[in-house]
Design a protein around this ligand. Structure first.
Ligand SMILES: *Cc1c(COP(=O)(O)O)cnc(C)c1O
Length: 391
């Protein structure tokens, strides 16, 4: 039961978090890599055989494992999640002066990739239930500001074409994909899923990443599994997938000796040495997900009776990877956010607020956006707490 309270017992919050963590750790980071399998062996094999660069058996094996695990037809490993977003947007035809609908509450890479295409991010509010885009708010907003013409959806205010919507699964919690897919269909928008945080997350029993034309994953050092740096593009469209791989491989035409390229491509393929880590990490993924879920359950119980704070749980329709656990302060307690962050950090619990909202960043201040009240409210009350798989 939650009780209303006007003051936050910071020590009780600290104790609740500590009660879920191994007692022997003084300082607990937010999210650390966990290497407990064949990582050493596979990386050594790369060095022993000289297969360290942008092709090799681990790249193929990693891609196969990713496709198998997520249920996507094809997976292509690239240098990082941002590059995966960039390629996906290119493939969706995003060009100079197009607009792309992007959640305001996201990591900056989502918006940056749009800018790399010369396009303009257009920021959308989220819902508290999922921390993802609110389809209802989005629909009424688009109804007001867009005009559907024969050649697509246009922003009546800026005159620019809106081509794509990027849905993001915040902290691994699946966003409500079905209504978003319906909105995309109605407005002739291509759906791309930023599933960087959501490897191991399921929307209505199917792995996320299967609703968009393209989806992306990240294997950065702080994600559920890591390849040092890395990312992947998922797609169920075979032909588009082949083209995506082509432009991520400098658009080089396959030939035994000649170097020939048929368009401007990118040098974005993942090296074999990173993929070696990826294969070893994929072997451990089911165990890591189980551990992360168990930690989330412990947090949930520890916070169940604590006044003023709620542990953020996966939406009812979904199974979350619980990549990064989060707590929300009651609305009356938003003034306690910074003092609590300070208190937890000083006491060895690394914690952090949500990312600065996109429309508040200097480079994105003047981009089009809808009313962002829900994300602003969440920004004022949310704290991420330690979530590593080995905890
Ligand atoms: C991590 C992340 C990315 C980018 O991934 P990198 O591999 O760091 O480039 C993109 N979007 C979201 C939401 C992320 O959390």
């Amino acid at each position: 039961m939650q009780h209303l309270t006007s003051e936050l017992d910071k020590n009780a919050v600290l104790k609740a978090i500590r009660s879920c963590l191994p007692p022997d750790r003084m300082t607990v980071e937010l999210h650390e890599p966990f290497f407990s399998g064949n990582e050493w062996r596979y990386v050594k094999e790369c060095l022993d055989t000289n297969w360290v660069s942008s092709s090799g058996k681990f790249v193929d094996a990693f891609e196969r494992k990713l496709a198998e695990f997520t249920g996507a037809k094809r997976a292509f490993a690239v240098v990082n999640g941002t590059a995966a977003l960039h390629i996906s947007l290119k493939m969706a035809g995003v060009d100079m002066n197009d607009e792309v609908l992007v959640p305001d509450l996201t990591f900056v890479a989502t918006a940056n990739a749009v800018t790399y295409c010369g396009a303009i991010p257009h920021f959308i509010d989220c819902e508290e239930r999922t921390l993802g885009i609110d389809a209802k708010l989005l629909n009424s907003y688009l109804k007001n500001i867009t005009e559907l013409r024969e050649n697509g959806c246009f922003n009546k205010i800026t005159g620019r074409k809106i081509k794509v919507l990027i849905a993001m699964h915040t902290f691994g919690h699946p966003t409500d994909l079905e209504p978003l897919a319906a909105t995309c269909k109605h407005y002739h928008l291509t759906l791309i899923e930023d599933a960087a945080e959501a490897l191991g997350s399921y929307y209505k029993s199917k792995h996320v990443g299967n609703w968009g034309q393209f989806s992306i994953l990240s294997f950065n050092g702080n994600k559920t599994i890591t390849t040092g740096g890395g990312g992947a593009i998922l797609t169920n469209d075979e032909a588009l997938g082949v083209r995506a791989k082509h432009i991520a491989t400098t658009a080089k035409l396959s030939h035994p000796w000649a170097f020939n390229h048929d368009e401007i491509g990118y040098n974005y393929r993942m090296p074999n040495i990173n993929a070696a880590l990826g294969v070893a990490q994929m072997e451990k993924l089911p165990e890591y997900l189980k551990r992360k879920r168990a930690l989330a359950l412990r947090y949930k119980e520890a916070f169940a009776d604590l006044a003023g704070v709620t542990f953020f749980e996966e939406p009812a329709f979904a199974k979350s990877s619980y990549w990064l656990n989060a707590i929300l302060l009651d609305k009356e307690l938003k003034g306690e956010l910074d003092p609590l962050l300070k208190y937890l950090t000083e006491n060895g619990i690394k914690s952090r607020p949500v990312w600065t909202l996109m429309h508040k960043l200097a480079m994105y201040r003047d981009c089009p956006r809808m009313d962002i009240s829900v994300a602003e409210d969440i920004e004022s009350r949310l704290i991420n707490i330690p979530s590593s798989a080995f905890l």
